[in-house]
Design a protein around this ligand. Sequence first.
Ligand SMILES: C[S@@+](CC[C@H](N)C(=O)[O-])C[C@H]1O[C@@H](n2cnc3c(N)ncnc32)[C@H](O)[C@@H]1O
Ligand SMILES: [Zn+2]
Length: 286
Amino acid sequence: MNLKTLTRILQNHLPLLACPRCGEPFTLAGSSVKCSNGHCYDLAAKGYVNLAPQHDQSREKYDAALFESRSIVLESGFYAPVLDTVAGMLAERFGDRPFALADAGCGEGYYARSLAVRFPAASVIGLDLSRDGILAAARKPGDVLWLVADLKQPPLAPEKLDVVLDVLTPASYDAFQRILKADGELIKVIPDADYLKEIRQAFQPHLRQEGYSNSQVLEHLSRHAAILDQQEVRQTLPLNAEQSRAFLQMTPMGFSVPDEVRQAAELEQITLHLQVIRCRLNGAEA
Ligand SMILES: C[S@@+](CC[C@H](N)C(=O)[O-])C[C@H]1O[C@@H](n2cnc3c(N)ncnc32)[C@H](O)[C@@H]1O
Ligand SMILES: [Zn+2]
């Protein structure tokens, strides 16, 4: 995305933003955004705004290679059923009316980008703490405002969003509650027991747990939210060699696994097993 497109998108989305240091609104001043207390953030020529400049990107484990692999997997359509389920939930609630959505932990931007195409009246923001993720997102065309930002302290104005989308990313319920309208909703996508079970098998014994259960995440969520809808996505699909390599490189499960183990592994098939949960946060203490 070039600066001209970023400036146009930013102008439309400016009322949704707030300064990450003091919470004041931003105004657009040339190629920067500025709050009334003089905190100033430059628009990056590559098509995003870095609102978390204090984050040490050199230590970020979510790096360019991981997002390239995620891109291969996502653009091949493996997660299309998740996207379709999320889009179905949004269509049911909003039809073709406008709404404001932030994809918290958007990575290389597959969901935000695709939803902006399917819902042209929506204002869509993609935010992620990894600059490599946002750089990958901003490289592809899309009517989305891309921000390097921390979802625990999102640089977003209070009570302006209709939806927060959180796909496979640790949530911050307090922060989400603050930026959602009173009738706003969270759509959270979490793994279920058989999610990527072939990778789990290939990476044993380098993983801390042998199996996976989402019961703790679900229990935590149910303390913070009323669940309005829950849909399961489950499928096992064959993989070619390139897709196998991409799956093995794209998951944070690999963070604790030696490179040689990751490189030697081969997958013939992959299981995707996830829950897509639409809920309303209730303001319970964290
Ligand atoms: C497993 S990836 C999922 C990415 C994307 N939602 C997807 O499904 O492809 C988790 C993402 O959460 C991001 N993330 C982790 N902690 C974050 C934080 N505090 N603020 C913003 N993003 C965060 C990571 O950088 C990474 O892109
Ligand atoms: Zn400020």
